[in-house]
Design a protein around this ligand. Structure first.
Ligand code: MTE
Ligand code: MO
Length: 336
């Protein structure tokens, strides 16, 4: 078996834009330098690249987040050859229909989301059902940083450094029974703080629902994120807890989760309900299967503008070919 060792000349900084450096790293760096633990820090957070991209102050993080941060395994998964999307784009170009359908609506409106206290109902086919306070759900798991491509079904994409832990670890914690076949996820319903849920024009039957087959959910790439860019998850990105499934279109990566159910039937997901001929349950990124109204062969990698559209080829499973075995016997045109 070949083990790929990066040549010493290939600094990790070269893989990312300076814009990917964010405020919170400064604090982390100081702490780790004091402990002479520089080796534990991501290469791209080194002092010479700090401070070139300064955004708003990070949101105040809850105690359960701060406690875990110093133990993070940085860059546990990287995206080879990719530039990290600037923090500003990742937090101001969002889809989170609970806060409105415009790309800027989540950043403008999600500040009202109440994330403390937060609990998640775990029910269905599990040995340990119950309403878990988020701190109890997070406690057994060490944080990892994973730099994943995120490919929206609307044919744009980003590269985001998430913080969190594998979904499989959370599932093992609550112990699915042998009858469990699928995992169903639900987002918060809170019309008072989520203006999109008050809109009479909304097509969506709240709550937003997503689902995975249990073996997909157990795949090591399926991730529960509680942070991004080295800091706590901004509300518009799905605080305090969201799913990230990097080989599927972005709409599978459900935000602000309040319920996780282990079930024996495939759950009806939000976008399947709205337009079943356009959005399937599987929603694997696939350049060969077009959306009925547009091609999925290419994508706009953000930031993208009129004069530098930054269009790149879309990759099968968004480049995460290691999941192919999950679909070995399936026709991905039928199960889109
Ligand atoms: N609850 C909820 N989750 C959601 C959505 C939503 O509207 N509501 N939009 C999805 C879509 S279409 C995408 S592309 C991603 C966007 O995640 P980001 O804003 O963090 O980039 O969130 C997904 N999760
Ligand atoms: Mo999306």
């Amino acid at each position: 078996m070949l083990i790929r060792v990066p040549p010493p000349s290939r600094a990790l900084e070269s893989e990312v834009t300076p814009e990917s450096v964010y405020l919170s790293r400064r604090k982390l760096m100081q702490a780790s330098l004091a402990l002479a633990a520089v080796g534990a820090m991501p290469g791209w957070a080194r002092a010479d690249t700090l401070g070139t991209y300064v955004d708003a102050e990070p949101a105040k993080a809850p105690g359960w987040f701060e406690e875990k941060l110093s133990g993070t395994r940085w860059q546990a998964v990287v995206a080879e050859g990719e530039s990290i999307t600037p923090f500003k784009d990742a937090t101001h170009y969002n889809n989170f229909y609970e806060f409105g359908t415009g790309k800027g609506d989540p950043a403008a409106n999600a500040g009202k989301l109440q994330v403390e206290p937060w609990s998640v109902m775990v029910d269905g086919e599990v040995a340990k059902p119950g309403r878990y306070a988020i701190e109890d759900l997070i406690k057994p798991h060490a944080f990892e940083e994973r730099i994943y491509r995120l490919r929206c079904v609307e044919a744009w994409s980003m590269v985001i450094p998430w913080l969190g832990f594998p979904l499989a670890d959370l599932l093992k914690q609550v112990q699915p029974t042998s009858a469990a076949r699928y995992v169903r996820f639900e987002t918060l319903v809170d019309a008072e703080h989520m203006p999109g849920q008050r809109s009479g024009f909304s097509l969506i039957d709240w709550p937003y629902v997503e689902g995975l087959r249990l073996d997909e959910a157990m795949h090591p790439l399926a991730f529960m994120a509680v942070g991004m860019y080295g800091r706590v998850l901004p509300a518009q990105n799905g605080a305090p807890l969201r799913l990230v499934v990097p080989w599927k279109y972005g709409f599978k990566s459900i935000k602000s989760i309040v319920r996780i159910s282990l079930v024996d039937q495939a759950p009806k997901t939000t976008w399947e309900r709205i337009a079943p001929n356009e959005y399937g349950f599987y929603a694997n990124v696939n350049p060969q299967v077009d959306h009925p109204r547009w091609s999925q062969a290419t994508e706009r990698r953000l930031p993208s503008g009129l004069f530098s559209p930054n269009v790149i080829d879309t990759r099968m499973f968004n480049g995460y070919e290691e999941v192919a075995g999950l679909y070995a016997s399936m026709d991905l045109r039928t199960y889109y």
